[in-house]
Design a binder for this molecule. Structure first.
Ligand code: HEM
Ligand code: PLO
Length: 491
């Protein structure tokens, strides 16, 4: 293939056919989800190839060598983000972190949020305590719904939402809360319509025509913005220079201190819009990603009861029934950790990451890349690469354990569930704590199975800004000997 496309030195990557204005649209027509289609195109065009999306040049990277060059070795060069119609609606023209282009403002906000998230690790209201409080409440509710066929999604979402809600706003939601129900609805509307490379993102002029998805997105964003604005007003009223309780307080403090120093808040990007959009990002990312992974994990555990039994045996051996799992148990539960890693491999939350943009003329391997080119790292291809993984489509947590089965390992370099480099996920540590605690709490006392007469959960994802599983029902059965243990409390 290399010879055929002449990839010797400093050439353009192999390209799909393209026409003026519409670009390669005709060659991109498919009913498959994009990450799978892009993986298949490798057979014809090689691991790294390009096409035109309207007037934009796009490069797809399908192997880990090129992915690491883009994300790590040349991370800064490829740290740009494209502006698209849908993400501009969500983020008021990129005034957030995830969809903001590479700029001093993006750097500033990223650093601040990173600092705030690190700070929450300590203190009385530590993240661990918050997560355990929510895990406890979730397990109690699951106990009440025992032996019923239920969709666990709303309870999982509420637990995860309350963790980020505590971090961002120092608040949480009770079951059946109106505001929480509204949040569930608008957030799904956003996930369904934003950053899907729909036609308006390729041809921005299509906005002038009525468009159902764009209307859903605008309506949902407007509901979200009202909620964020309300939280912002509440914080402004209760703000004190000394108390820095949550992320929104931390952002407010930075804004006020810049104002007091007579720094133009416009320069560093500390306008009200920036503060709101940044919190919106962390709130949105905090909810949708972790919930999605929990749903995938439960779906896979139902398909593979032997994996579930093995995790439970490990929990019984290392923790027993007299106490709850805690973060310090993480090193002692390698099989559970391996299972989480395998779920993040086989169903990556963000199979195409978020598109990157070359901020200068650059190169990937032997290929020249022009400034402004969009670079999409196909994480799905990396995680399902036959050369890197034995039976990549098989769910096998054991692949992350060393030969003796006692320690964790990473059998391939082709594994980047959180991305890497300057744009690496900001919530990796938080997400890992949540996944570990929520899953260990659930599996310590419940066995999850498919209810009689219900189908097994589908393992096919719905492609969007996150790869979500389809809805399914579960039966959570209290494990033998747990009737007593239920009385355990977090105190
Ligand atoms: C970005 C994965 C949870 C906040 C990303 C990216 C990935 C990712 C793949 C894109 C990297 C790139 O474009 O190169 C995940 C996974 C999660 C998770 C698998 C859960 C298991 C979270 C959580 C938060 C969060 C809980 C919030 C606290 C962010 C932010 C960005 C990001 C703000 C944008 C970073 C930037 O563009 O500078 N994440 N994420 N993520 N994530 Fe996460
Ligand atoms: C999820 C729906 C929310 O209502 C808004 C939102 C904000 C930030 C986005 C998140 C959504 C989806 C997952 C994203 C996150 C930023 C980083 C994260 C894209 C759209 C990932 C996985 O990259």
């Amino acid at each position: 293939l290399k010879r055929r496309f002449g990839a010797s030195q400093n050439q353009s990557p192999p390209a799909l056919p393209s026409l003026p204005i519409i670009g390669s649209l005709l060659s991109l027509k498919t009913d498959r989800p994009p990450h799978i289609f892009f993986q298949e195109l490798q057979k014809k065009y090689g691991d790294t190839y390009s096409f035109m999306m309207g007037s934009h040049n796009v490069i797809i990277v399908n192997n880990h060598q090129h992915a690491k060059e883009v994300l790590m070795r040349k991370g800064k060069t490829f740290a740009g983000r494209p502006r698209t119609v849908t993400t501009d609606i969500l983020t008021r023209d990129g005034k957030d972190i995830a969809f903001a282009d590479y700029s001093p403002t993006w750097k500033f906000h990223r650093k601040m949020v990173h600092g705030a998230l690190c700070m929450f690790g300590e203190g009385t209201a530590s993240i661990e305590k918050i997560i355990c409080r929510e895990a406890d409440s979730m397990c109690k509710t699951m106990g009440e719904m025992q032996s019923l066929a239920v969709d666990l999604a709303p309870e999982l979402t509420r637990a995860v939402t309350n963790v980020v809600c505590s971090l961002c706003f120092s608040s949480s939601y009770k079951r059946g809360d109106q505001e929480f129900e509204a949040m569930l609805e608008y957030s799904q509307g956003i996930v369904d319509t934003v950053a899907k490379d729909s036609l308006v993102d390729i041809f921005p002029w299509l906005q002038i025509f009525p468009n159902k998805d764009l209307k859903i997105l605008r309506d949902c964003v407007s509901i979200r913005d009202k909620l964020l604005q309300k939280k912002y007003e509440e914080h402004k009223t209760n703000y004190s220079d000394n108390i820095q309780g949550d992320l929104l307080d931390a952002l407010l403090r930075a804004k006020r201190s810049a104002e007091n120093n007579n720094t133009s808040t416009q320069d560093v990007g500390l306008t009200d819009d920036h503060v709101l959009m940044t919190v919106g990002d962390i709130f949105g990312a905090g909810v949708e990603t972790t919930t999605t992974v929990l749903k995938w994990t439960i779906a896979y555990l139902i398909h593979h009861p032997q994996v579930q039994t093995k995790i439970q045996a490990e929990l019984d051996r290392k923790i027993g029934r007299d106490r709850h799992p805690q973060l310090s148990d993480r090193g002692n539960l390698p099989y559970l950790e391996a299972t989480i890693r395998e779920v993040l491999r086989i169903r990556p939350v963000s199979p195409l990451l978020i598109p990157h943009v070359a901020t200068t003329d650059a190169s990937i391997g032997d290929y020249n890349v022009k400034r402004g080119t969009r670079v999409i790292v196909n994480l799905w291809s990396l995680h399902h690469d036959q050369k890197e993984w034995k039976n990549p489509d098989l769910f096998d947590p054991g692949r992350f354990l060393d030969k003796e089965g006692g320690g964790l390992c990473c059998p391939s370099a082709s594994y980047l569930p959180f991305g890497a480099g300057v744009r690496v996920c900001l919530g990796e540590a938080l997400a890992k704590m949540e996944l570990f605690l929520f899953l260990s709490w659930i599996l310590q006392r419940f066995s999850l199975e498919v209810p009689a007469g219900h189908p097994l959960p589908s393992l096919e994802g719905k492609f969007g800004v996150v790869l979500q599983p389809q809805k399914y029902n579960v039966l959570a059965r209290l494990r033998e000997g747990w009737e007593k243990g239920q009385a355990l409390s977090t105190e």
